[in-house]
Design a protein around this ligand. Structure first.
Ligand SMILES: [Zn+2]
Length: 487
């Protein structure tokens, strides 16, 4: 397996991502930027998510504000509950996140909602001291991860959203009405969220500003098995770890054996699985892990994490939470607005429950890079085997040598194809070196214009993964590329 450091090296060299404000010494940790190649992959990943989840399931998508009112987060519970256990060295004042520190030192998983006196007890029991100066810690505190902002000249208190979904909850009654919704009613959103992490690290894996793609499925709690679409996915095979046993079962079996509680959850876990199958990650290294009472987020009653094995261990890519009516009832209570709707199918008045698929985009991008990275020692090359529809560029047009008659044809092909596809033109340097650069950023095809092109209007198409070359008519290129873009 390729190392985490190797992927970061590739990303810095090839412009996938790099630290923000990096020319300044006060650049804060936990903020990274996508360069041109990384940004293209991110946008294509989002497009695939739209295709395989939003459009497949007839979801609606919104784009909400990143800054929201204080009351939103009083209602959501984030101002009270959204915190990590923090320890401070009594001598050198080093600050650490207690749960991560205990996991690193003793291999003990500290649950998210552990009482802080329990953290102090563990620190004492294992005699854990400051890794910098060896002194003991002050009493554990809870650190709230919300980013506060001041609005307007009066500095009115508001917050950057810590998850995109709060706008979806607040907007739900309006959207349900104007879209003439029926339950289950999924609302999707892609955007940035902000968490003031105590110890951000590992580039895209724990950021303070990050991308989420969230789907909130509003449902009637009495109709969780009335899901006709379930038939579509009943044979999809999922790996589920319920904390005691790991089962590899079809969605139907998981339901019969009560590993998954209802058809609604089984359906959405399955279409999520089928989406990730198309990203190029190794699905044999994935699992849905059912979270214990103590591990779940404060708003969840049932929770599965979709996890992927990577060089840094199991990585949570999607949190799948059954949030019950927690959010809608809280917003209703604090705002005094009615959040109930009429379910047009059953004709009952209902405060919908919510099941969510909260997907981390940045972690998914990192995972795709790592799982697609291949070292081809025989040919002394690095190949990023990205799916054509996720590659930053689909193909490059290369005149074999720097001759005006070849360059003219190559440029014409380039200008024609770039109207429909992400193309690249590279007219100089040895052809071998040009291929290597393209392989490292995952460009699946290279089109070479040579002396035969002048005679018979054919070009060479070279496949990144196999290095196989074929001749093809210039006029056939467009339909060739269209076919490769189908997931
Ligand atoms: Zn210290």
């Amino acid at each position: 397996m390729v190392s985490y450091d190797r992927i970061v090296k590739l990303s810095l060299e090839r412009g996938f991502y790099f630290p923000s404000s990096e020319i300044y010494s006060d650049s804060p940790a936990g903020f990274w930027e996508y360069g041109p190649n990384g940004n293209n992959i991110k946008n294509k990943f989002i497009e695939l998510w739209r295709r395989e989840l939003v459009r497949r399931d007839d979801m609606v998508e919104i784009d909400g504000s990143q800054i929201m009112s204080k009351n939103v987060f009083i209602a959501s519970g984030h101002l009270d509950n959204f915190s990590d256990p923090l320890i401070l060295c009594s001598k050198c004042k080093s600050v650490l996140r207690a749960d991560k520190f205990i996991l690193e030192k003793e291999g003990i998983n500290v649950p998210e909602r552990i009482p802080i006196n329990e953290v102090d007890r563990i620190l004492n029991q294992y005699n854990l001291k400051c890794p910098k100066c060896g002194s003991s810690f002050q009493k554990t505190e809870r650190f709230n991860m919300m980013f506060k902002v001041g609005i307007g000249p009066n500095n009115d208190e508001a917050y950057l959203r810590p998850e995109t979904c709060q706008a979806i909850f607040v907007d739900f009654p309006r959207i349900f009405k104007i879209m003439r919704g029926k339950l289950p009613f999924p609302i999707a959103q892609v955007g940035k969220s902000f968490r003031n992490e105590i110890a951000p690290r590992q580039s895209l894996l724990r950021l303070r500003e990050f991308y989420q793609a969230e789907i909130e499925i509003f449902c009637n709690p009495n109709q969780l098995d009335a899901i006709p679409k379930f038939d579509e996915i009943q044979d999809t095979i999922l790996t589920i770890d319920d904390g005691t046993i790991i089962s590899k079962v079809t969605a139907k079996e998981a339901l019969n054996r009560k590993i998954i509680p209802n058809k609604l959850i089984a359906y959405y876990l399955s279409i999520l699985y089928e989406f990730y199958e198309k990203t190029g990650i190794d699905m044999n290294q994935t699992r849905f892990r059912k979270l214990s009472e103590q591990e779940k987020a404060f708003y969840a009653t049932i929770a599965f994490d979709f996890e992927l094995k990577t060089s840094v261990g199991w990585l949570e890519l999607v949190a799948c939470n059954y949030r019950s009516n927690y959010d809608l009832s809280q917003h209703s209570k604090i705002s005094k607005e009615k959040m109930e709707i009429m379910d047009p199918v059953t004709n009952e008045k209902v405060l919908p429950h919510v099941f969510e698929l909260s997907l981390g985009i940045d972690r998914s991008i990192y995972s795709i890079l790592e799982h697609c990275f291949a070292e081809d020692h025989e040919n002394n090359r690095v190949v990023l085997k990205l799916k054509p529809y996720l590659a930053p560029l689909l193909a490059a047009i290369l005149p074999l040598v720097k001759k005006p008659e070849l360059e003219e044809i190559a440029k014409n092909i380039y200008y024609d194809l770039k109207k429909d596809f992400d193309m690249y033109y590279d007219g100089s340097g040895s052809i071998g070196r040009r291929y290597r650069r393209l392989e490292e950023i995952g460009v699946p095809f290279a089109i070479t214009v040579d002396h035969d092109t002048v005679k018979d209007s054919t070009v060479t198409i070279r496949y990144r993964d196999t290095m196989e070359q074929k001749r093809i008519q210039i006029k056939e290129l467009k339909s060739f590329f269209e076919k490769t873009l189908k997931p």
